[in-house]
Design a protein. Sequence first.
Length: 206
Amino acid sequence: MKLNAFWLKIIALISMTIDHYGYFLEPNVIEYRIIGRLAFVIFAYFVANAYIYTSNRLKYGITLLCFGLIIDLFLIITNNYIFSNIFITLACGYFLIYSFDKEKYYLSIALLIVTLFVNMDYGLYGIVLILVCYLYFNEPIKIAVINLVLVLIAIYTQEIMGIQIFSTFGILLLLLYNREKGYNIKYLFYIYYPLHIVILGFLASN
């Protein structure tokens, strides 16, 4: 069985929703958070995918960052800014790829340093994984192995939860990717992400 980009992103969206459901409404049920570990690694891979296939790389990165900042503002206004916005992590990872690809290594180093001091979802582990997805785009097994090493380091430094080790299964799903786009849901994700957080936050407070 092969999956196009649309279906892999749908799997990631469902996984993310289950994760956040557990975070807001069932914090003592660890299984929800484990299922949620599939989401980020798939999103990270498709950030690399976007960089490879987009026609205007700089414009895409700026758009991603702007949406992240707008979502930040929206979550602050609605009093739902309780954990960092994943769009900021994805944008920083995208620009890490951009700086690495353009051989502007001073920018790469600057991004990595900034990540150490800014509260960012998945932190240094997250943006490095996005770069790894780009460097080994056609080799999901290598991505899985490197991800496992990065996870163990990040767990040791207490940057992420131990259950992130289950993210390996999300990367293995990428073995099914057939390089076809399918339906375009980019803007659906931009809308769905802040909306579902607001709804779950409202349910949790009532």
